[in-house]
Each structure stands twice: as structure tokens, then as C-alpha cells.
Design a protein around this ligand. Structure first.
Ligand code: SF4
Length: 314
């Protein structure tokens, strides 16, 4: 028996799988792509060094090198996924760096080939709130007539004091303006947030989750902060270690966030994917199954569901 209206299994939150199965009537998986963009926060336009937690792969840990043609990257990714889920539908996911940081022509060149593939049901594009100028948004809105367009925007924290400390390179006000402009289109929005950023309290993380309600976004990805090699964060952590959330603390915070997140918001992720050899801390993140199971167990034990502390209040 389902525990939650928007879940086909024992989850007590609105699962991404549930959305995809009911929307497209099929198994759907993402295929990650590296289009070779960079980021204004890394190339000196906004700053140098990028977000302190970001490595040289630009948050695209499992993508191919950008020298490989995009359609080839896609086909190689599909071969791997088809072994697990044959005859499924797909979402090409432009994951590495900031995929709208370039000319409109360059963006069109990357996206266009995927709009005519039958098995592609949507295109997901990872980007920043300060890199979605109106002409690009207008183009993506046009694309949404052919395929669902998902814009994945990194917020991490709603607090500018935290954003400054992690060198995010734009303000919360810019994020909010961007989300409101996307809401004028048919593109869908997935907001990325990070728990465990330095000096953040549990209440701050819960308040960041509430932003997703207030701005009426479609989906959220919640990650634990990973400290990985060759990042500014790792350098400062190794000299001056700061407190890292334990698994129990992370579970507790995520469950509180789910309780305040509106039940109509799809949960695309509740854990991240660090490369084991690159990870400095925390190692408990490597066992994703344990993290997800502990979230399920706590929600069942306490008889809580997504949105129970929010629906009707925001
Ligand atoms: S915006 Fe993304 S790609 Fe750019 S530095 Fe931050 S995490 Fe890395």
C-alpha cells in the first residue's frame, strides 16, 4: 500500500520516478552530458575559483570529456542505461558547469539535436540564476513546445552570508528574479540545495527549503555538502576543520525539510554522488541506499509525510 499520494512505493514524499511514470507512462532515465561550457564564477567574469565546493569538473562528476561529440556522449550513456532499463525513454541532462553561459547560437547548437529524437521526453539543463537572459529563456520556452524543458538552478542556500562564504557569485535577489522570469514560461524548475554548509543551522536549512514553496518551483534536489579534493573548501577544511553533519543529523534535517516542502514539489534527489577517490568527507554519503532507507524509516516511524507542516499554509 502506498504511503503517500505521489509515490508508487513506500516513500512518503513525491518521488521523481512517480512523476516520470505517470507523466510519460514509461521508465525514463537521465543521460548526463558535458557540453564544454564554463562558468562565470570560474573564468574570472564573476570571480575566480568558483563555488568553494566545486571541483574542476564543474559538478559533472560522471560525464564524458567535452571533446566527445554530444550525440556520441548521449549514445554511449544510453548503452549503459539500456542494460538496466531496456526500451526506456530518456532525458539528456546538460550537467557540467553552466549550460546557458554562452551565446544563444551555441546553446541552440547543443540542444537542437535532442529535440527531434523520439525517445527523448525532456531536456534538463543545469545552470545559474545569473546566466538566463531573456532571449535564452524565450528560446527555451519555444523548445518546451517540443519537449519538456527542465532548468536546474543551484541555490544551495537562501542566505547571502552563506552564499558569500562559498563564493557563489550572485545574490538571493538575483535567484528570485530568475525564478520569477522562468515562471512566466512553460519551462520547469528544479532547485538544488545543499545541507551542511559552513555556519548554517538546521533552521537555516529548513528556511532554504521553504523558498521552494514560496516560489512555487516544480522540483528540488537536496544534497549533503561533499568536501572533495582540489577544491577551495577542502583546502580550508584541511587547515581548519569545521563541523560536518553526521548521517543522523542529515536525516533529521532532510525529514524536517520534507515536512515543510509543499506536497506538489517533486523530490528529484535526497543524496549526492561523490567519487569515492575524490571524497575527503563525509564518508557516510558513499552509501546512498543507507541514507535513503534511513529517511524512509524515520518518516515511517514518526508517521510523517511531505508537506504535512506546510500544505495550505503558504
Ligand atoms: S556555479 Fe556550478 S559550475 Fe560554477 S563554480 Fe558554482 S558549482 Fe561550479
Amino acid at each position: 500500500m502506498n504511503s503517500f499520494i505521489y509515490s508508487d512505493d513506500n516513500k512518503r514524499y513525491y518521488t521523481w520516478n512517480y512523476y516520470l511514470r505517470h507523466r510519460f507512462n514509461s521508465k525514463v532515465y537521465k543521460v548526463t552530458l558535458n557540453a564544454g561550457f564554463t562558468c562565470p564564477n570560474r573564468d574570472g567574469t564573476k570571480g575566480i575559483g568558483g563555488c568553494t565546493f566545486c571541483n574542476e569538473l564543474g559538478s559533472g562528476n560522471y560525464t564524458q570529456p567535452s571533446s566527445v561529440d554530444l550525440l556520441n556522449q548521449y549514445n554511449m550513456g544510453k548503452v549503459v542505461m539500456e542494460k538496466k532499463w531496456p526500451n526506456s525513454l530518456t532525458i539528456p541532462y546538460f550537467q557540467s558547469y553552466t549550460n546557458t553561459y554562452g551565446t544563444l547560437d551555441r546553446i541552440k547548437e547543443c540542444i537542437e539535436p535532442f529535440l527531434s529524437l523520439d525517445e527523448v521526453v525532456a531536456v534538463a539543463i543545469g545552470t545559474r540564476a545569473d546566466c538566463l537572459e531573456q532571449e535564452k529563456l524565450n528560446y527555451l520556452n519555444e523548445c518546451s513546445k517540443k519537449k519538456e524543458i527542465w532548468l536546474e538552478i543551484g541555490l544551495q542556500s537562501k542566505y547571502d552570508i552563506t552564499a558569500n562564504s562559498i563564493n557563489r557569485g550572485h545574490s538571493y535577489a538575483e535567484f528570485e528574479d530568475c525564478i520569477k522570469r522562468i515562471k512566466q514560461t512553460n519551462c520547469k524548475i528544479c532547485v538544488h540545495i545543499i545541507n551542511g554548509l559552513p555556519n548554517e543551522t538546521k533552521q537555516m536549512m529548513i528556511e532554504t527549503a521553504k523558498v521552494c514553496n514560496n516560489l512555487n518551483v516544480d522540483a528540488v534536489k537536496i544534497h549533503m555538502l561533499h568536501i572533495t579534493k582540489n577544491t577551495a573548501l577542502a583546502r580550508s577544511y584541511l587547515v581548519n576543520p569545521f563541523p560536518i553533519l553526521t548521517l543522523e543529523e542529515y536525516i533529521d534535517i532532510v525529514v524536517e525539510q520534507l515536512k515543510v516542502l509543499n506536497s506538489k514539489i517533486i523530490i528529484q534527489r535526497l543524496t549526492g554522488d561523490a567519487i569515492k577517490e575524490e571524497l575527503i568527507a563525509p564518508f557516510w554519503t558513499l552509501n546512498k541506499t543507507v541514507v535513503l532507507n534511513e529517511i524512509d524509516k524515520k518518516m515511517a516511524r514518526e508517521n510523517v509525510i511531505q508537506g504535512m507542516n506546510t500544505d495550505g499554509k503558504y
